[in-house]
Design a protein around this ligand. Structure first.
Ligand code: K7E
Ligand code: CUA
Ligand code: CA
Length: 635
């Protein structure tokens, strides 16, 4: 098949329907593209001149990059190795998980949050965006954060043990979507690492949302939230006009921004598309925190979180403004910080453009040195249909996904700025590559750090169509890997993934130093000596202490009475790497694992008399199947 035929077939999958359905606002841009239209001239059939990389690793070979992926509907975080694309681990955050006993053990329930009756408060989530903590403009391996869009929660994952250790529910917002840690303190240069995480809320709601103002959508409001990276407490919120979508932060810590696709404050999608331009909303972090310190805030409903006023009307004077609304064409989506720390780039979505905003000029505006805020826009160029997210190679090039064109476009930021300034000979589009199909997020190795290395690009394709064996109506997503080390992009691999990862980051493996064995002292409940095992009773409350050492539990049996509230504490005293045990209790809905030197506990009502074979659920030893204990519940 010729390149053209492949291209046409591909474009027929979605484009026609999407275009008629969305009345695409292509009129919003004045700059004309300097290359042929997106349909032709792709590099799909280009020779793999620069493909220096094979994604196939020999048995026993390790990947050179970690990838942290969001899981989407599964409410988890996934760890991949790259370039192989192998999924190595899943970290449950917001949703129960049968392997590790997340949502089953007392410790995980305490993190996830329970109702007064002890049941989990939420059992569904939708994770989209994950980013890791920074130091000196690169990842420092401490934490990663991930959002739950459904219930507006932010989870933190410790990157030493790869476990979620805190979850915070954001007050006063719905549809918490974009998330990004800061990279430095705006005031104190000694704090050159992450201390805040910014969270954008996509949906506007009445404030407080307790039944009032339901019929007054013009009163619905959205907020931008700052969470403390260490305590995970909400520090402050900013009341804004319009909404928040994706979020970005500057390398100097002074600015955070969110793209806004609904400056119209519309309730229905046609209202949300009525304006030709929306905005990229900038937050002056130092000024916001001064305002909070000075008591210039309100609170909403029962929440005690300080809320400052970031609306347009209250922030017209640059010298005192907390926020700045830079205009960008119709319904933008992603906003990404370039690794040279100079620009935020907004992807147009309904406009075929990318908008380049120079951060020093935004700061100039706040200092009263730039008369017109939109003069901070240094380029607004056509790149193709449906731009969503942008990645970088550290060599001055940006890579933007084109959802409608099913392509990745590689474009040069400096050339785009020259073109925008009037140099119509400046060729900013460097290359185009067909992807399969309809790409959303994109990220390159180290792309969101100062150490962007321009080796690999991963693309999260939302439709896989014909790329994998059919498995019924639900198709997997297709994560594609691309070599970007040369001038031309080279497609390396397809990977089916269970729906639906959105965003991800890719970084060098030596930035992480994970631990593989726990420290007994991290667990106040640990049973350090098998001789301390046994049953203790306090009225109807019974505590059972057990240890595990392959191939046996420290108790051969234990006895409780019907009606007891039983708390079972299991400590794994095996200290060998990879020696994990499990613990399941039939008919009691209990299953969890304990890793080397880890302690976990479960509490349940002994409501069914009989004998129950508690068994090890994790293959640990030749006598794994024999590794059991008997729970006797007396009638
Ligand atoms: Cu573009 Cu939620 Cu990041 Cu999905 S969002 S693609
Ligand atoms: Cu212990 Cu299997
Ligand atoms: Ca809009």
């Amino acid at each position: 098949m010729s390149t053209e035929a492949v291209g046409l077939g591909r474009r027929r999958f979605l484009n026609t329907a999407a275009l008629t359905g969305l009345t695409l606002g292509v009129a919003a841009c004045n700059d004309k593209p300097e290359t042929a239209p997106a349909a032709s001239g792709t590099s799909a059939a280009a020779p793999a001149a620069h493909a220096n990389s094979s994604t196939h690793l020999k048995p026993g070979e390790l990947d050179t990059y970690y990838g942290i992926w969001s899981g989407g509907h599964t409410g988890d975080m996934r760890i991949l190795g790259l370039p192989s694309g192998r999924e190595i681990h899943r970290i449950p955050c917001f949703v129960p998980d049968a392997l590790v006993g997340w949502g089953v053990t007392n410790e995980s329930k305490a993190i996830m949050g329970t109702k007064p009756d002890g049941h989990l408060r939420y059992t569904v989530a939708d994770t989209h965006h994950t980013h890791a903590s920074y130091k000196d403009g690169n990842y420092d391996g401490r934490y990663a954060w991930i959002n739950d869009k459904i219930n507006s929660r932010i989870a933190r994952v410790r990157l030493d043990y790869f476990v979620c250790d805190k979850i915070t529910e954001l007050p006063n917002v719905q549809g918490f979507h974009g998330i990004f840690p800061d990279k430095a303190d705006p005031v104190d240069p000694a704090i050159n690492y992450t201390t805040r995480v910014f969270c954008g809320a996509e949906f506007a709601i009445p404030l407080p949302n307790n039944g009032g103002d339901i019929d007054k959508p013009e009163k619905y409001r959205s907020m931008f939230t700052c969470v403390d990276a260490e305590s995970m407490e909400v520090r402050w919120q900013v009341l804004i006009d319009g909404n928040c979508d994706l979020t970005a932060t500057s390398y100097d810590g002074k600015l955070a921004a969110t793209n806004q696709y609904n400056i119209e404050n519309g309730v229905h999608y046609e209202d949300m598309m009525s304006s030709e331009r929306d905005a990229c909303l900038f937050f002056n972090i130092a000024r916001i925190e001064e305002a909070v310190k000075a008591g210039k805030f309100t609170t909403v409903g029962t929440s005690k979180v300080p809320v400052v006023d970031g609306t347009r009307e209250s922030n017209k004077d640059p010298k005192t403004a907390l926020t700045a609304y830079v205009s960008v064409p119709k319904n933008p989506h992603g906003v990404n910080a370039s690794p040279d720390a100079k620009y935020f780039i907004c992807a147009g979505k309904l406009s075929p453009t990318a908008t380049v905003i120079e951060l020093s000029k935004v700061l100039d505006w706040f200092d009263g040195k730039l008369a017109e805020l939109d003069k901070a826009i240094v380029a607004e160029v056509e790149i193709g249909l449906g731009p969503l997210h942008t990645a970088f190679d550290g060599r001055g090039n940006a890579y933007t996904t084109l959802f409608l064109d099913s392509q990745v476009v590689k474009w040069n930021v400096d050339a785009a700025i020259k073109f925008h300034a009037g140099d119509k000979a400046a060729k900013y589009v460097v290359d185009r590559l067909d992807v399969h199909y309809q790409p959303g997020h994109i990220n390159a190795s180290q792309s969101e750090t100062r150490a962007a290395d321009g080796k690999y690009l991963a693309v999260g394709c939302k439709f896989s169509k014909d790329r994998f064996l059919p498995v019924g109506p639900l198709h997997p997503e297709n994560e594609q890997l691309i070599d970007i080390s040369g001038e031309k992009m080279v497609l390396l691999a397809d990977h089916p993934v269970r729906g639906e990862p959105h965003d991800f980051i890719i970084f060098k493996r030596d930035l992480l130093k994970p631990k593989q064995v726990y420290d007994l002292d991290e667990f106040p409940l640990a049973t350090k000596d098998p001789k301390e095992s046994g049953v203790t009773r306090n009225g109807k409350k019974v505590t059972v202490r057990i240890t595990s050492q392959a191939p046996a539990f420290s108790l051969r049996e234990f006895t409780v009475k019907k009606g007891d509230e039983v708390t079972l504490i299991l400590t794994n005293l095996d200290k060998i790497e990879d020696l994990t045990h499990g613990f399941a209790i039939p008919k009691y809905n209990v299953n969890f694992i304990v890793n080397p030197l880890e302690t976990k506990s479960v509490t349940f009502m002994a409501d069914q008399p009989g004998i129950f074979w508690c068994y090890c659920t994790h293959f640990c030893h030749a006598l794994h199947l024999e590794m059991r204990t008997r729970m006797i519940v007396e009638a």
